[in-house]
Design a protein around this ligand. Sequence first.
Ligand code: NDP
Length: 449
Amino acid sequence: MAVHLSEKLEATYQKILKRNPGETEFHQAVREVLESLGPVLVKYPEFTDRKIIERICEPERQIIFRVPWQDDRGEDHINRGFRVQFNSALGPYKGGLRFHPSVYLGIVKFLGFEQIFKNALTGMPIGGGKGGSDFDPKGKSDNEVMRFCQSFMTELWRYVGEYTDVPAGDIGVGGREIGYMFGQFKRLTSKYEAGVLTGKGLDYGGSLVRTEATGYGATFFVDEMLKVRKDSFEGKKCVVSGSGNVAIYTVEKIHQLGGRVVAVSDSDGYVVDEKGIDVALLKQLKEVERRRIKDYADARKHAHYVHGGNIWEVPCQVAMPSATQNEINGKDATTLVKNGCIAVGEGANMPTTPEGIKVFLDAKISYGPGKAANAGGVATSALEMQQNATRDSWTFEYTEKRLGEIMRNIHRTCFEAAEEFGAPGNYVVGANTAGFIKVAKAMVAHGLI
Ligand code: NDP
């Protein structure tokens, strides 16, 4: 099923598999990038001479640490913390922290690896990194989450900073967690270094539009892909998986652009509302009350809830996976195409398996991979860093306008790179080649480090 690699690239890939045993998500992310790079290495032989692929696949630094904390009953718990500082060719390491029980080194490395190219595509001066913990914030009290975050930062503070490494949120890490970590960083360092974390609250250095940015940005990206097809969101039936930060603001922007989202999900099941998902209700349930998606159907009687099940069976013209990795397999992709889906924009990171991607590309639907489509979040984090550096804060309108420009640029960059490297309309090739070339050129310029 996988695309053939040249003998040299295959040998490099086999070495990477051997050096990183058991890290299946990392292998998948690396393979996908290598599959796009054949023509790039022909055009730039210096990348092979300087061993750029071998270097780019080896993180500059990996930090793994113990995170002890106590629950409300006084019982002690031990979790594992990670920060992978993958590549600093373009700027300080930048990438979120994920708190989810499934987190292990292979997940953090796949996310960190993708982040390098995503950050390059934004055109902002940021390197790539990622981190997190196998801690599960679900069902924990605010005090338990605070104690965990404080313990996590008690180790992490030595490795992060405005000019070194700037973490943000991801699954399980939102404004509440960033606030607790920022507080602990400030206490440990005696410094008010606002630029050390992004996704901060608006009262203490956060940026307007950061909360909305990933979902809005992914929707802008799909809008651009639809324009290429001489089409738009107007009247389109859409499905968005997940019901967290990315999903909520994807739904909101799709509705503003004239589309109608009929289904959203969480890890227990999905809800269908043919009248269009009520965003205010979704925010209330998920952001304020931290409830389950099932409760949406209890509040909107015409909607129905499906426990378990598969959200990709709900017919739609636009699909925006916004939950987690590998949530669309080959069979799901086939179902989507059969049901008339013409565009897929990934809010989540690597939500489609290699088999699923092949189905989308073969069917010639517009497929926007995560490292391009969901780059609006990190791009707005970079805008937050700019505001922190100048002690300024911009209006919502101005910041959203900047986000829109960045997403249109990313779309154009990917579109043009795909044409240049012989794969017109293939945004996977476009994103991988354009992102890689930018980082590789900087690495060559920096010498062998
Ligand atoms: P949240 O924690 O806010 O929401 C995650 C959502 O996805 C929840 O509805 C959750 O359901 C669901 N979900 C998580 N894991 C699984 C799973 N294993 N199976 C099924 N459903 C799952 O995270 P975000 O919205 O921030 O992140 C969503 C995706 O977007 C991730 O892939 C993330 O890496 C990516 N992303 C996020 C960015 C951001 O700015 N936040 C930036 C770029 C990408 P439940 O509550 O039941 O767990």
